[in-house]
Design a protein around this ligand. Structure first.
Ligand SMILES: *[C@@H]1O[C@H](CO)[C@@H](O)[C@H](O)[C@H]1NC(C)=O
Ligand SMILES: *[C@@H]1O[C@H](CO)[C@@H](O)[C@H](O)[C@H]1NC(C)=O
Ligand SMILES: *[C@@H]1O[C@H](CO)[C@@H](O)[C@H](O)[C@H]1NC(C)=O
Length: 495
C-alpha cells in the first residue's frame, strides 16, 4: 500500500527524461516543431520563469560523417532531432530534463544542489533484500505505463509531417527497449524489403560507449522516479571467467524452464514478460517500424550458443588486453577499426575467436541469435551486462585520462561524431559529454572504489601509472604470444 502511495506521488511529479515526451507527441507540437513543455512548478515553458532553462533553437553540427551511410534527408534520425523538433529546452545550472524538471545526473533535491555519488555494485554481492528489490523494481517498471513518454510507431513521413501523430503507450521498461531498437534499426529506404543495413546510431562506432552510458543513467533515473528510491543503482554482472550464466537463477534474472530450455523458469517473474520490437527482419520486409506490440515471451538459452562463433565468456586477461589499447578508436571508426579500444570491447575485433560485448549476446543466445541484437534490451541481463561494459570503459578513461576533444570530431559513422545529438534522446545530449569519468556524472563502481581507496598519495599513484604502462606492454606481449600459439589472432601474429 505504502509503495503505491509513493509511486502515485512520484508519478504526479511528472519527472522528465527520455523520448518522446508525451507532451511533445501532439499534432500541435509537431507542426510547430517545438518541444518545450511547461515545468509544473511554475507553468512556464522549460521552467524559464524560475530560471531552470529556456526554449531555444536547436543547433546541429555540420561536420562531415563517415561514408558508411551515403544518404541524406532520408531517415528521421539524421541531424537529430531536427526532423521532429527545431526548438527544445536548454536547461541551465544543475537542471535537466525535457522541461527542466529534473536534476542533472549526480544532483538531488528540490533545487538540484545536493551532490551525491551513487555506487553500482556487483550483482552477486547484493544482499538478499537488495536482490528482491532489484527484481521487483524491474517488474514494476515492466508493468507501469510511462506517464512521461510515448514511443513513435511511424516515420515522420507516415505521420504526414506531423499532422497525423503516430505514437503508442509503453511501460517504463519498454520505452527503453524501444529506444534501443529505434537507435539501431536499419534505415527504411521506401517500400518492402528496401533497407540500408550499414547504419546504427549507437553501435559499431565511437558512440557505442557514451550512448550506452547515457542509456543506463536514464534508465536508473527512471527507476528512481518510479519507485521513489533515490539510492537505487543498477548492479553490474562481472562475467569475466564465468563458467556460464551465473545470474540466471530464479533469485536474479531467471533460471531455465524445465519444459523448454529457451524459456524461463516459472519460478521467475521474468517468465511472464513479453518482448517487443524483436522482429527486425519482419519490419524490414514490410518496410515499417516496430509498432511496440507484444511479440511473445522472453526467450534466452544460455550456453546453447554457436561454439564456432564464441566458445566461452571473456577472461580477465582478455579484458586486460582490451584495456591496454591506448587508442579509443582508429581508422574508419567502424567495425573494421583495428587496435581500437572501442571496437575490441564492442566485440568486432577478434581477440582470439571470441569477442567481448558482442560475445556475451551469442553466449546467452538472446532471442535466437546475436544477429537480432537489436531486441536484446528485452532481457534485463542486458542492463547488468552493459553496466559491466561501462565499468570497463570507466577503467579505460581513468587509465588514459583523455580530454573530451580526444573523442572523434568528424568522419565517424553517422550519429557518432562528438557533437552529434544522441538518438533518440530528448533532452538533447552530445556524445562527447559522456566521454568523461563517471565521477563527473555522479556515480562510481564498487570494484573501482576499492582500488582507489588504496591509493592515498600522489606518489603512489604516479608510481602505479608507470607500473601500469609496463604491465600493458607485457600483457599485449603475453596475449600475442599465447594467441600465436593457439593461432587465433591474425592481428597479433605479426608483432
Ligand atoms: C522551425 O520549424 C518551424 C515549422 O516548420 C518553422 O516555421 C521555423 O521557421 C523553424 N525554425 C527554424 C529556426 O528553423
Ligand atoms: C512533408 O514534407 C515534405 C518536405 O517538405 C513534402 O515534400 C511532403 O509533401 C510533405 N508531406 C505532407 C503529407 O505534408
Ligand atoms: C592491426 O594493427 C596491427 C598493429 O599496428 C598490425 O600489425 C596488423 O596487421 C593490423 N591488422 C589488420 C587486420 O589490419
Amino acid at each position: 500500500m505504502r509503495l503505491f502511495v509513493v509511486i502515485s506521488l512520484m508519478l504526479r511529479l511528472r519527472p522528465s527524461q527520455g523520448q518522446f515526451p508525451r507532451l511533445c507527441a501532439t499534432r500541435e507540437a509537431l507542426l510547430r516543431k517545438e518541444c518545450c513543455p511547461p515545468w509544473d512548478g511554475d507553468g512556464s515553458a522549460c521552467g524559464a520563469s524560475s530560471g531552470r532553462g529556456f526554449c531555444r533553437d536547436v543547433e546541429v553540427s555540420d561536420l562531415p560523417d563517415g561514408p558508411q551511410y551515403p544518404f541524406s534527408g532520408l531517415d528521421d534520425r539524421e541531424r537529430w532531432p531536427l526532423v521532429f523538433y527545431n526548438r527544445t529546452c536548454e536547461c541551465v545550472g544543475n537542471f535537466m530534463g525535457f522541461n527542466c524538471a529534473d536534476c542533472k545526473f549526480g544532483y538531488f533535491g528540490l533545487n538540484c544542489n545536493e551532490r551525491r555519488e551513487s555506487v553500482r555494485r556487483n550483482i552477486l554481492h547484493l544482499s538478499r533484500a537488495q536482490k528482491i528489490r532489484l527484481v521487483s523494481y524491474l517488474n514494476l517498471a515492466k508493468h507501469t505505463v510511462s506517464q512521461d513518454y510515448v514511443v513513435a510507431t511511424g516515420t515522420y513521413r507516415e505521420m504526414q509531417n506531423g499532422s497525423n501523430p503516430m505514437f503508442a503507450d509503453a511501460s517504463v521498461y519498454d520505452v527503453f527497449v524501444w529506444i534501443h531498437y529505434y537507435v539501431s534499426r536499419n534505415a527504411l529506404l521506401g517500400g518492402p524489403g528496401n533497407v540500408w543495413t550499414d547504419v546504427d546510431f549507437a553501435h559499431w562506432a565511437p558512440a557505442f560507449l557514451p550512448w550506452h552510458r547515457l542509456y543506463l543513467l536514464h534508465w536508473e533515473h527512471e527507476i528512481r522516479k518510479l519507485t521513489g528510491d533515490m539510492s537505487f543503482t543498477i548492479p553490474y554482472w562481472d562475467w569475466r571467467d564465468a563458467r556460464g550464466c551465473d545470474v540466471c537463477t530464479d533469485e536474479l534474472m531467471g533460471d531455465r524452464s524445465p519444459q523448454d530450455p529457451s524459456l524461463l523458469s516459472p519460478g521467475s517473474v521474468f517468465s511472464s514478460w513479453k518482448v517487443l520490437c524483436s522482429q527486425a527482419e519482419d519490419y524490414n520486409n514490410r518496410g515499417v517500424l516496430c509498432d511496440a506490440r507484444e511479440e511473445g515471451p522472453l526467450r534466452r538459452n544460455p550456453g546453447n550458443h554457436n561454439r564456432n562463433v564464441v566458445e566461452r565468456l571473456p577472461t580477465t586477461a582478455e579484458v586486460e588486453f582490451t584495456l591496454g589499447l591506448t587508442n579509443y578508436d582508429t581508422g574508419a571508426m567502424d567495425r573494421t577499426a583495428n587496435m581500437s579500444f572501442r571496437n575490441t570491447l564492442e566485440g568486432q575485433m577478434k581477440l582470439t575467436t571470441k569477442t567481448l560485448a558482442g560475445c556475451l549476446c551469442c553466449l546467452l543466445s538472446f532471442s535466437l541469435t546475436c544477429l537480432l541484437f537489436r531486441c536484446s534490451a528485452n532481457d534485463p541481463i542486458f542492463l547488468l551486462h552493459h553496466a559491466f561494459v561501462d565499468c570497463i570503459y570507466e577503467q579505460w578513461l581513468r587509465r588514459y585520462r583523455p580530454t573530451p576533444s580526444q573523442y572523434p570530431e568528424s568522419n565517424a559513422p553517422i550519429g557518432h561524431n562528438s557533437e552529434y545529438h544522441m538518438v533518440p534522446f530528448l533532452p538533447l545530449q552530445r556524445n562527447r559529454d559522456y566521454f568523461i569519468s563517471s565521477k563527473d556524472l555522479g556515480y562510481e563502481y564498487s570494484n573501482l572504489l576499492d582500488a582507489s581507496k588504496q591509493l592515498n598519495s600522489r606518489v603512489i599513484i604516479s608510481k602505479q601509472r608507470k607500473q601500469r604502462k609496463k604491465n600493458i606492454k607485457t600483457s599485449i606481449f603475453n596475449h600475442c604470444y599465447l594467441s600465436k600459439y593457439i593461432d587465433f589472432n591474425s592481428k597479433c601474429s605479426r608483432r
